[in-house]
Design a protein around this ligand. Structure first.
Ligand SMILES: CC(C)(COP(=O)(O)OP(=O)(O)OC[C@H]1O[C@@H](n2cnc3c(N)ncnc32)[C@H](O)[C@@H]1OP(=O)(O)O)[C@@H](O)C(=O)NCCC(=O)NCCS
Length: 169
């Protein structure tokens, strides 16, 4: 059984342990140049620091999905830096647990933490088809706009504001 709760510093080692396996294949593409490949390596290398940083911030949360046998199998970092449009900054699941509800549970908790009444944004690489399908399943829509200044551009997806009634379905 998978449960989601607030992360602690005890989760960081396990999270680091599956970060490369999760992000490596999803972020890779045969057409990438060396700067884009280096960016992917850098992002994987930032995982622990990003998670630890979220633990210390009032405007962010680290959510961790835990399997009762395996321990941490996924995490999300959610930012309320802009209260008018909070952001799902990271959402990463151990590939062994893809399609098994961990990501759904993280998304539910993320939306719960954000609360109703505001739109939610995120950035996703355009060829990350599984992530895009996942986000669409949860009500996010591709705006066609680029967000941030990445070597591999991120498409801005937004989930419109709604009341809280759908979040528990
Ligand atoms: C993105 C991620 C968190 C989603 O978690 P998940 O457990 O894989 O998600 P789910 O299986 O619930 O949903 C994925 C959906 O995409 C579908 N899918 C799978 N492969 C696909 C593909 N190549 N193209 C399109 N859709 C695809 C699945 O069928 C599923 O839809 P369904 O539930 O209607 O059947 C997870 O895949 C992950 O950690 N990926 C690597 C890290 C990453 O890319 N994170 C997002 C960064 S923005």
């Amino acid at each position: 059984m998978i449960t989601v709760g607030t992360g602690t510093s005890d989760d960081l080692g396990a999270i680091e342990g599956f970060a490369e396996a999760a992000m490596g294949p999803a972020f890779d593409h045969p057409d990438l140049d060396s700067a884009q490949r280096a960016e992917n390596v850098r992002i994987v290398g930032m995982t622990r620091q990003a998670c630890a940083g979220a633990l210390d911030r009032d405007d962010a949360t680290l959510l961790v999905a835990r399997d009762e046998a395996t321990g941490p199998v996924g995490f999300a970092i959610v930012l309320r830096t802009d209260p008018a449009m909070p952001e799902i900054d990271w959402l990463i699941v151990n590939p062994s647990f893809h399609g098994r509800g961990a990501a759904d549970a993280l998304m539910r908790e993320a939306l719960e933490w954000i609360g109703p009444g505001v739109p939610v944004k995120l950035g996703v690489i355009h060829y990350n088809a599984r992530a895009i399908a996942f986000y669409e399943k949860h009500g996010f829509r591709d705006t066609g706009r680029i967000v941030g200044r990445h070597a591999i551009p991120r498409r801005l997806m937004i989930r419109p504001a709604e009341d809280g009634s759908r979040l528990h379905n």
